[in-house]
Design a protein around this ligand. Structure first.
Ligand code: CP
Length: 362
């Protein structure tokens, strides 16, 4: 049984196969319309969503399956104190596959550890959003003709924007990819992402002005400032309009550049930009449905399997070490074992298996 918790849970080969399958579904959806007859998808959304939940549900319906679930924590027994581990174990009795969104980092990993059906992380706090990444990769693949030799500009809230973290992790694996990270100092990428970029010698540059990046990028990935992750409303109000992409800035960009945004947008892309042929964020939202159809087929074992992959390293308990991230699922779910992976190249550090927070003292 496979889960999708991080974009790295799929190999490069599997990811490319998935994108090709999504394109085949796009071209001939009727050929796939009964592959999930009799199957059920549970959508467990403890946080608001429009695209992710509805595209997952549309994906399963278009494959011939059925859907059940909830769209807010208030309408589930989480409101009575149930843990995500127990919820996942119970819902495994009612559905063949689970897509879950939760505000706590590492919650999907905790759910997967107890579920008896595949679990898909549909967003865990400010940590990861791997199916948005598959959506982004499919959009880039279709409109840029491939995933290699691209300069990717990511702009906005790079600290809390989980789609940014997942996209960087995934795109690092392609040759010739370079990142321009555009954010205010307060909203730079988290340490674990910067450490990965540095350790892998992946070319990246952090800049504050969007104008300084516009003429270099092949893809401009705009993001919303994530109000719900700020401890201080005053900080949010100060930073929320740090970047606004408008028609004047679009004039600085390459003619074949594309603009992506995971959506929802608030104020960071002026509506006039929607009329620019380089704006691809609504096509991106459509790609999300097809790539989720492909993912459901793969995780249910209904797509042609790829070559067997080497087994993933198992996380370990390290005596007397616990995760220090107050936003990690281990901080809110009592009894969850604190599990860690070693950090490559540093024998004294390890990383929380749920939220990736770097911890010392190994
Ligand atoms: N891109 C994305 O995750 O959108 P929703 O929050 O609407 O699901």
């Amino acid at each position: 049984m496979r889960h999708l918790i991080s974009p790295m849970d799929l190999s490069v080969q599997e990811t490319e196969e998935l994108l090709l399958l999504a394109e085949r579904i796009m071209d001939a959806p009727k050929d796939f319309s009964h592959l999930c007859d009799g199957k059920k998808l549970a959508t467990l959304f403890f946080e608001p969503s429009t695209r992710t939940r509805l595209s997952f549900e549309a994906a399963m319906l278009e494959l011939g399956g059925q859907v059940l679930g909830f769209s807010s924590a208030d309408s589930s027994s989480a409101a009575k104190g149930e843990t995500v581990s127990d919820t996942a174990r119970v819902v495994s009795c009612y559905a063949d596959i689970i897509a879950m969104r939760h505000p706590i980092e590492g919650a999907a990993a905790a759910a997967a550890a107890k579920a008896t059906v595949p679990v898909i992380n549909a967003g865990d706090g400010g940590h990861h959003h791997p199916t948005q990444t598959l959506t982004d990769l499919l959009t880039i693949h279709r409109w840029k003709g491939g995933l290699r030799n691209l300069t990717v500009g990511l702009c906005g809230d790079l600290k809390y924007g989980r789609t940014v973290h997942s996209l960087i992790k995934a795109m690092c694996r392609y040759e010739g990819v370079r990142f321009l990270l555009v954010s205010p100092p307060e909203l730079r990428v988290p340490d674990y992402i910067r450490e990965d970029l540095t350790a892998g010698s992946f070319p990246f540059q952090e800049v504050e002005r969007l104008e300084d990046a516009m003429d270099q990028v092949d893809i401009l990935y705009m993001t919303r400032v994530q109000r719900e992750r700020f401890a201080s409303e005053a900080d949010y109000l100060r930073l929320k309009d740090s970047y606004i992409l408008d028609t004047a800035k679009m004039k600085l960009a390459k003619e074949d550049m594309i603009v992506l945004h995971p959506l929802p947008r608030v104020n960071e892309i002026a509506p006039q930009v929607d009329n620019d042929p380089r704006a691809r964020y609504f096509e991106q939202a459509l790609c999300g449905k097809y790539v989720r159809m492909a993912l459901i087929l793969k995780l249910l074992g209904l797509a042609r399997p790829s070559l067997p992959e080497a087994a993933a390293p198992q996380p370990q308990i390290i005596p007397s070490l616990s995760c220090g991230n107050p936003k990690c699922i281990t901080a809110v779910q009592p009894g969850l074992p604190h599990l860690f992976h070693p950090v490559e190249g540093n024998a004294h550090l390890c990383r929380c298996a749920y939220c990736d927070h770097t911890c010392g003292g190994k």
